[in-house]
Design a protein around this ligand. Structure first.
Ligand SMILES: O=C(O)C1=C[C@@H](OP(=O)(O)O)[C@@H](O)[C@H](O)C1
Ligand SMILES: C=C(OP(=O)(O)O)C(=O)O
Length: 426
């Protein structure tokens, strides 16, 4: 298997970097632009497996997209809510957003749509949203386990109305329902039953819908009202750099006592993961913000932290990977839902930290990392881009760390290691 050896640094990093566009915003913008009537242009769009599978699915549904990777531009010729294809075989890879958002999109069509992904995608939960569609009269045929890919959706428009959905394993199914709701036959009220995880992403969904001209009226924490007949407007839209993917570069400043500036990212970001900056501040870093960049300077010694990461759970691996260098324990709580992501993430982080000789305790909903000396090892990445990206940062402090299957970063950040090595050479 392919591996990359990370060179430990004998000096702090001191670098300015640029990060490609946000995965979450790119895939939301692709969906709403596909539903708008006319041409939208997305600037600084992400080009990676997750967004390219997404774009391919939209195209296979008969909605043209022109991809321009050199200029980081995508042009979507939206069909005003029509799904031209009446039959399609759609492949989403390991992209949770594509799985959830495209499954919802096809419910607006009139036809037969089969969806599948890689083996791990077949283990990620889809059932809560599909039950909503089935209750509304849509037929879903599961080839294997009910509630999981692969399946075929036989749709004849989306009724809308009063919908109840669980969102304790993922928020993406709620986001998917929200985004198609304006095209339902009647006004829609979506009520979340029980806990809603990853709330910041639902906020992002509502903000993006508003940017394309559709209003969601949120009542309390768990009800969303969407009027039927609202229509997305085509837009010329610029996508922010990906805040989750910026976290590794800021973490490099944090662990080496160095300085990293990420261009074009601001604290006004739509992405909840911008709160990584607060986490780093609590651990002793300094954060400086200007109009078009954010800069983190690491301390001599990182401090431990006890933190609820439910809302920023894509950062668990980043924090786990730098936690052993803190002067007191790092405790991560309330992230049981990351067991359903690209891999079983709590187990994966705990296993790889232990492989490095770190003392770690695993909880049902998190982990506790003790300050520990590290013995070098080859890190397993479990087809999870964030395992590779996070533990590369650990390697800056400890000679001999190797990342296995570094190509898995292609899911959201194909040239991560090129930019990572460029950062450490500056
Ligand atoms: O809506 C989104 O864009 C996302 C929501 C989160 O997933 P969950 O809602 O499954 O936690 C996050 O982990 C994922 O990377 C992107
Ligand atoms: C959880 C992630 O992705 P998704 O759920 O969109 O596949 C992620 O990018 O960390």
């Amino acid at each position: 298997m392919d591996t990359i050896a990370i060179p430990a640094l004998d000096r702090p990093v001191d670098a300015t970097v640029e990060i490609p566009g946000s995965k979450s915003i790119t895939n939301r913008a692709l969906l709403v632009a596909a539903l708008a009537q006319g041409d939208s242009i997305l600037e600084n769009a992400l080009f990676s497996e997750d967004s390219e599978y997404f774009a391919k699915c939209v195209e296979n549904l008969g909605i043209p997209i022109t991809l321009n990777p050199e200029s980081a531009q995508m042009q979507v010729s939206g069909k005003g809510g029509e799904i031209p294809a009446t039959q399609a075989d759609l492949f989403v890879g390991l992209a949770g957003t594509a799985a959830r958002f495209i499954s919802a999109l096809v419910v607006l069509g009139n036809g037969e749509y089969r969806l599948d992904g890689v083996p791990r995608m077949r283990e990620r939960p889809m059932g809560d949203m599909l039950t909503v569609f089935q209750t509304g009269g849509t037929t879903v045929n599961f080839e294997g386990n009910p509630g999981y890919m692969p399946y075929t959706i036989y749709s004849q428009q989306f009724a809308g109305g009063h919908i109840r959905i669980k969102a304790n394993q993922t928020s993406q199914q709620l986001s998917a329902l929200l985004m198609i709701a304006p095209y339902a036959q009647q006004d829609t009220i979506i009520e979340v039953e029980g806990t809603l995880v990853s709330q910041s992403y639902v906020k992002m969904t509502c903000r993006l819908m508003a940017d394309f001209g559709v209003e969601v009226n949120q009542v309390g924490d768990n009800q969303f009202h969407i009027k039927a007949g609202q229509r997305y407007q085509p837009r010329h839209y610029t996508i922010e750099p990906d805040a989750s993917n910026a976290s590794y570069f800021f973490a490099a400043a944090a662990v080496t006592g160095g300085r990293v500036r990420v261009k074009y990212l601001t604290k006004q970001s739509y992405q909840g993961d911008i709160l990584w900056l607060n986490v780093l501040e609590q651990m002793g870093c300094q954060v400086r913000e200007a109009d078009d960049y954010i800069e983190v300077t690491g301390p001599q010694q990182l401090q431990g932290i006890d933190i609820d990461m439910n809302d920023i759970s894509d950062l668990v691996q980043t924090l786990g990977a730098i936690a052993p260098f803190a002067n007191s324990p790092v405790t991560i709580r309330n992230v049981e839902h990351i067991r359903y992501k690209e891999t079983e993430r709590i187990r994966a982080v705990v296993t790889e930290l232990r492989r490095l000789g770190v003392k770690v305790e695993e909880f049902a909903d998190g982990l506790k990392v003790e300050p520990s000396p590290i013995t070098p090892a080859a890190i397993e990445t479990y087809h999870d881009h964030r395992m590779a990206m996070a533990f590369a940062v650990t390697g800056l402090k400890v000679p001999g760390i190797v990342i296995q299957d570094p190509g898995c970063t292609a899911k959201t950040f194909p040239d991560y290691f090129t930019r990572f090595f460029k950062m450490i050479k500056q």
